[in-house]
Design a protein around this ligand. Structure first.
Ligand code: NAD
Length: 245
């Protein structure tokens, strides 16, 4: 679980742990990763916390090796590590554009690249990437929306490549979800949360556990016939945009 130290990644990790899975919490924030590993261990799961920078290939390679050493296999990869960047087009410094691409897109690619080798050993795997409704209708900021759209292309292409190898690849595309990533943004923009909630057909933002539950389904053995899908979980926001365009 990349980005497992916080928000959606943390929620999904704890759902996995409750279902009896062992979990690896791979996060650039080691303190948060350790905290979630402790929570998972209290539930009874085997839990390994790793400090990983998903945008750094050596860091990802090392995390996969440590996972193999500890658990002997990798059945599920969830790419939840991600960052947003709240600036309009003309105000985005190119270094920040690259950082958003590096973490969201290159990070997802590197984890899938190195997970593939481990999953092929058992001809079994579930890869789940965190997209966003922003990557479908451009409802977020430009760098973030572009990164999330790229993740869709990467995942759908990999789904076809891996379909006959027992490995499924899917995208979960949440709408606004109450996590530290959004709480930060809402804290700096008074009224934004209320505006968002009034634009979402169900009238509220998501809880991280609601996104985690969808991730858990796609991670299950029962989801073996689901691949190359983008599962939008946004309280009807994307559907509303479709009706309006
Ligand atoms: P979050 O900030 O709560 O958690 C993200 C985690 O990623 C953090 O623990 C952070 O330390 C980690 N991380 C950041 N850079 C990293 C790196 N280079 N290497 C490893 N870990 C790194 O955010 P969240 O809201 O839980 O978001 C999880 C995913 O869901 C992201 O990909 C985000 O874009 C996506 N998403 C979130 C929302 C939302 O409204 N919260 C909506 C749509 C999509």
């Amino acid at each position: 679980m990349t980005g497992g130290g916080s928000g959606i990644g943390r929620a999904a990790t704890l759902i996995f742990a409750r279902s009896g899975m062992d979990v690896v919490i791979a996060d650039i924030d080691e303190v948060k990763a350790r905290g979630v590993a402790e929570e998972a261990a209290q539930i009874g799961a085997g839990a390994l916390a790793l400090r990983v920078d998903v945008s750094d290939e050596e860091s990802v390679r090392s995390a996969m090796q440590q996972t193999e050493v500890r658990f002997g296999r990798l059945d599920v990869l969830v790419n939840s590590a991600g960052v947003d960047f709240h600036k309009e087009l003309a105000d985005i410094p190119v270094e920040d554009w690259r950082r958003v691409m590096d973490i969201n897109v290159t990070g997802t690619f590197l984890c899938m690249k190195h997970a593939k080798r481990l999953m092929l050993l058992n001809k079994y795997g579930r890869m789940i990437c965190l997209g966003s409704s922003s990557g479908i209708y451009g409802m977020g900021w430009p760098a973030y929306s572009a990164a999330k759209a790229a993740i869709n292309g990467l995942a759908l292409s990999a789904a076809r490549e891996l379909a006959l190898q027992g490995i499924t690849v899917n995208v979960v595309a949440p709408g606004p979800t109450e996590t530290p990533l959004s709480l930060d943004l809402w804290a700096n923009n008074p009224g934004r949360r209320q505006r968002l909630e009034s634009s979402v057909p169900v009238g509220r933002v998501a809880k991280p556990e609601e996104i985690g539950a969808a991730i858990a389904y796609l991670a299950s053995e029962e989801a073996g016939f689901v691949t190359g899908s983008i599962l939008v979980i946004d309280g009807g926001l994307t559907s509303l945009m479709r009706q309006q365009t």
